[in-house]
Design a protein around this ligand. Sequence first.
Ligand code: UDP
Ligand code: UDP
Length: 261
Amino acid sequence: EIIRHDVTFPLYVEVDEIYNLACPASPVHYQHDPVQTTKTSVHGAINMLGLAKRLNAKIFQASTSEVYGDPEVHPQPESYWGKVNSIGIRSCYDEGKRCAETLFFDYYRQHNLKIKVARIFNTYGPRMHPNDGRVISNFIVQALMGNDITVYGDGSQTRSFCYVDDLIEGIITFMDSEDSFVGPLNFGNPQELSIIKIAHEIIKLTSSKSKIVHKELPEDDPTQRQPDISLAKKKLNWTPDVELKQGLTKTIGYFENLFDI
Ligand code: UDP
Ligand code: UDP
C-alpha cells in the first residue's frame, strides 16, 4: 500500500518493518530548503522511532558518509567520529543525519528498539532524476546532450561510487541479520576516483564531444572519501560486485532510453 506522507508529521499505520530513507541526498536539493532538511532527518527520525516503538517493529536508518564530514582519516571506518562543520551549507544534511543516529542509538539503549543504522556512501544508477544534481547523473546527462561537463574546482577531490543494486542487496542483508548487530555500518564501493577522472570516463563511454568546464568548488566540499567496508565484509559477507565501468554503462543506457537517443 503506497501512501504519500511527510515524515515530519506523526504517522499512525500498521507495519512489520520500517526503512527510513526520507530526506533528499543531493546537495542541490537538500540545500534548497535547509530548515526542512534538518526537520526531515530529526523530526522524521523521532516520528519513525515512535512508530517503531509502538509496533515493536525493526527500523532501518539510511545514514550517510557525510557524518564523517571532510575526513582526516582515510579510508573511513565506522569508528571514526568525523570532522563536520556545524554552521556551513552542508550542515543541515550532515548534522541532521548525525542527530538522527543519536536518536536511533538512544531509542535502542532507552527503549530496546531493534535498530539498523547504515552509513551510505555515494551511490548511483538507473532511475536517478536527470536534474538530481549529483555528479554521475549530471555528467551523463551533460555528455549525452552535448553540453559542457561541469567539474567543480580542479576536480582533484575524490569520491567512491557504489552501484545501486549492490547497495540494496547490502541493506536487505543487514536488515535480515541478527538483532544484536545494529551498526553503524558502512556501505559503499571502495574504488576511489577523482572527479576529473569520472568526467573523462563518462566522456569516453558516451563517445561525447562535450568539453570539460571548471566551476567554483562549493563551500565545505569534502576533499576525499572512501569507505572502509571491512565490517560489512566480516559481519554480512557483503562486498559490492558491480565495477564502475559496468555500472556507468547501465546508467548511461537508462538515460539514453529516457531521452530517446
Ligand atoms: N509517533 C508516530 N506514530 C506512532 C507512534 C508515535 O508518528 O505510531 C510519533 C509521536 O507523534 C511522537 C513521536 O512519534 O511525537 C515519538 O514517539 P514516542 O512514543 O517515542 O514519544 P512520546 O509520544 O512519548 O513523546
Ligand atoms: N561535482 C562536480 N560537478 C557536478 C556535480 C558535482 O564536479 O556537476 C562534484 C562535487 O563538487 C563533489 C563531487 O562531485 O566534489 C560529488 O558531488 P555530489 O553532489 O555527487 O555528492 P557529494 O559527495 O558531494 O555529496
